[in-house]
Design a protein around this ligand. Structure first.
Ligand code: FDA
Length: 419
């Protein structure tokens, strides 16, 4: 046992038997620590188990090391889920203001970046330390690093076979997160346990992740790697689609940046994404206006209205959809129809990714334990009394911008109050 433990906890010992607790929480990340602290401070005997050597690696690396710990405005609309309304109860039971209050009580300085995103002034380590202290205030017992080899349901609760010995608990909380960044110890443990107990799992996928394209299709744009610009990005229909106006970034293999990460959580394999690469502009009107008395070439005119590097890559890439050698055509000679087509292509570029950069580059996993099988107030499995799922393991995936942590805190608190 290393790293986290400060407190011995208060297990109930039966002669020759396993250490016994009211609650065992597996996964000492954002949701697990929050849940353990709340339950412990209510007087429950809680054990918190994690296989990692270092506590809460994802909090540590989050927000570029400053942890974007919540967002000022959080509601079900900021989450992707087969049932977005599921998150409402927990989110309203523990709001961003509640978490800000906790951060203030611990004297952690923070600031707001754009779009309501709140970050630590100094370091994400402060959030980890705050949660560790909250757990210790609840006399939570730590088992870390500790492997859970098997879980059995018993008449009075759950029996865990672990590398730190047998553990019994009346209630079991699974808070092992999602599969993003396996190099930091992320696993599909939560999904395996859900399936073991007969719960449905919504297909997991990497989310908040760069999108990739077929190498030949992307070749004309690969040279733009490193270029960032604002764009409107959409995918899917009105009901289940996404629509974001944010920055995107060209990469060697495809697209990244906040707008692309956001849309990746909505993107379905095989479907296109549609980009407006000149949001807020009317390129059609601008090009037609420039045509009046325009002695310059189309490429020069476009380069004056749009990033020059992009204009230079765009015209040859769209050659099949425009008149031959269109970039070199004098603007005055360019047919209106072709200028309209050029503008329409830029405002509505439909392109189909061939995949994502995968879990190694994803910030989160989408999908997970189907919320239809969980109680939204307690996070308890409807069909398996005493078994709870919280945090990213559950099919509730937040937008970029502090929403995933707010879900971890809120689902952790809801569960911590119920166990
Ligand atoms: P979390 O991943 O925090 O914790 C799970 C714990 O379970 C880990 O400690 C792990 O070791 C343990 N575990 C896993 N498998 C186990 C097993 N088999 N046995 C025992 N223990 C096991 N979100 C946000 O809101 N703002 C941000 O700034 C960022 N930034 C960010 C950056 C990067 C690079 C990533 C990868 C992710 C983010 N996120 C984020 C997302 C955020 O980190 C994530 O959604 C939450 O940490 C999820 O909290 P959980 O407690 O559910 O899982």
């Amino acid at each position: 046992m290393t790293d986290a433990p400060d407190s011995p906890g208060r297990p109930r010992r039966q002669a020759g038997a396993a250490a016994a607790f009211d609650v065992a929480v597996i996964g000492a990340g954002a949701a697990g620590m929050m849940c353990a602290a709340v339950a412990g401070q209510r007087g429950r005997r809680v054990v918190l188990i994690d296989h990692a050597r270092r506590l809460a690696e994802k909090i540590r690396i989050s927000g570029g090391g400053r942890c974007n710990f919540t967002n000022r405005e959080v509601g079900p609309a900021n989450f992707v889920s087969a049932n977005p309304q599921f998150s409402r109860s927990a989110l309203s039971g523990y709001s961003p203001q509640d978490f800000i209050g906790l951060v203030r009580r611990h004297g952690i300085a923070w600031h707001e970046k754009h779009r309501g995103q709140l970050f630590c002034d100094d370091s994400s380590e402060q959030i980890i330390e705050m949660l560790r202290q909250e757990c210790n205030a609840g006399q939570v017992a730590w088992r870390m690093p500790c492997e859970v080899r098997g879980i059995l349901q018993e008449p009075e609760g759950y029996a865990l076979d672990t590398s730190a010995g047998a553990i019994r608990a009346t209630r079991l909380v699974i808070a092992t997160g999602g599969m993003a960044i396996p190099q930091l110890g992320a696993t599909d443990f939560g999904l395996k346990i859900a399936r073991q107990f007969g719960l449905k799992v919504i297909e997991p996928r990497p989310a908040l992740v760069p999108l990739t394209f077929d190498a030949a299709q992307w070749a004309p744009f690969a040279g733009l790697s490193g270029m960032a610009m604002e764009a409107r990005v959409r995918t899917g229909g009105k009901k289940s689609g996404g629509d974001f106006l944010e920055d995107l970034l060209f990469t060697h293999r495809g697209l990244s940046g906040p707008g692309i990460l956001q849309i990746s959580s909505y993107w379905q394999p095989g479907e296109p994404i549609t980009l407006d690469l000149a949001p807020g502009q009317s390129l059609e009107a601008d090009l037609l206006a420039a045509k009046q008395g325009g002695r310059q070439q189309v490429a020069t005119a476009l380069g004056a209205l749009w990033p020059r590097r992009l204009a230079d890559a765009w015209l040859p890439a769209m050659a099949g959809q425009l008149p031959p050698d269109f970039g070199a055509t004098r603007l005055a000679d360019a047919p209106d129809r072709a200028l309209r087509a050029l503008a329409a292509g830029i405002h509505g570029w439909a392109i189909t990714p061939n995949g994502t950069a995968g879990y190694k580059k994803a910030e989160v996993m989408r999908g997970g334990v189907d919320t239809a099988g969980l109680n939204q107030k307690s996070m308890e499995a409807r069909a398996v009394p005493g078994l709870h799922f919280i945090g990213e393991t559950v099919d509730v995936t937040g937008w970029l911008g502090g929403y995933n942590f707010q879900w971890a805190w809120a689902s952790g608190v809801a569960c911590g109050k119920a166990v």
